[in-house]
Design a protein around this ligand. Sequence first.
Ligand SMILES: [Zn+2]
Length: 456
Amino acid sequence: MSIDTVITGGTVVTAEAMFEGAIAIDDGTIVGVGDEDAFPDADERIDAGGNLVLPGVVDPHTHLAGYNSIDSYETGTAAAAVGGVTSLLTFAWQGWDDGEWDDRGTLTGAVERHRDGAAPLVDCGVHPVITQESPAVFEELATLVDDGVTSFKLFTTDDIRLSNGFIGEVFRRLADIGAVGMVHTEEYSVCEQRTDVVKSEPGGESPSAYPRSRPDYAEAMSAGSVARLAVAADAKYYGVHTTSAAAADAIAEVQTDGSNVRAETCTHYTTLTEEVYERLGNRAIMSPPLRSSRDIDAIFDRLRDGTLSVVSTDHVPLPRERKEGGPWWESAFGINSLQTSLPVFHDVAVNERGLSYPTLVQLMCRNPARTFGLSRKGRIEPGADADLVIFDPNETYTITAERNYSNADYSVYEGRTVTGQVKRTFVRGTLVADDGDVVAEPGHGTFLRREVPDWR
Ligand SMILES: [Zn+2]
């Protein structure tokens, strides 16, 4: 009996430990971890060259193939593969049909549109986004969960906002079926009022003024009240893109031991401050905004103490022409980062701030997989999918958007020099990216059937 592959000569990093060891792979699944001599013979032997072997990154917050995104599944997942991301979750917008909003749209229709004709390179799943206060969506939730779609996204702000009353009812329905409610939390009326004020001020059109239009307290107010609604319903709450000390504090207050309250931050909220608006202008406009260096310190404290348990990208691929040329309020919101997230976060978190590699694996691989019902992902253990990244922690290189696989034609990290580079990415045992090049065909990735996650 022989197996397909053994990866040897590397340091294996798990959420608990780092050790010299080999990984045995057969039929896309990890079948052994440890001493190569204990494994059956392998058809192929891959030398990790003294580098780290990490679980592939699981990114639960990306925007592909739809509203506010110019990446298809092909281009977005190519960027993911080159960036060491082997599973991602993206959004299926209720009522969004190829450039138009339809107020009779269903969640099921949105999910079907996403799966139709998509040819991803890495494994994908979707969170349906509830964009309308129509009780008809309640009838769809259980069927979607049975179909492996076990989380739903809600907004408290912008045109697709829902009222707190309706969100509370959504959480009661989600609690019945064990699914996750993930929420973009900013207090709408406060953001609207502050936006009007900033726009009317002298110099208010400068991108540097933008953060004041969506203040940290508006984020904290909404995060605190929506998390309370989830707790009252005994539902699973996941706060997306936490940016500030104030919002993290609000989450911590509700997140008592044993509660179902979890939250993420994104790479850019840990690596960029609001000062970059002066240099990058509208290219760096995303919501919520970048904050202060004091907020970044607080976010790292909250990543260490577990209040925040995931680092995602919130990859929103847009062209420069939809960002630049006008005042900040005319810019499309969002930045692309699937290809750069792991090396940029690694450089700041591990190299500069001394986070351990197992902690990096917890935040980018294991925790997102567990939070969203992907039990075969985010871990290097027998029985898990062989989603692996060979990562050279010592290679230094300079990021340039010329290398973007995303359709987005810029990067907020353009010109940034980082130490630590993705060398190879494997999805279910197949090499999909090699030294910055995509080497597999689109369609290798599958749509994931997710379990109802167990958060205990
Ligand atoms: Zn987003």
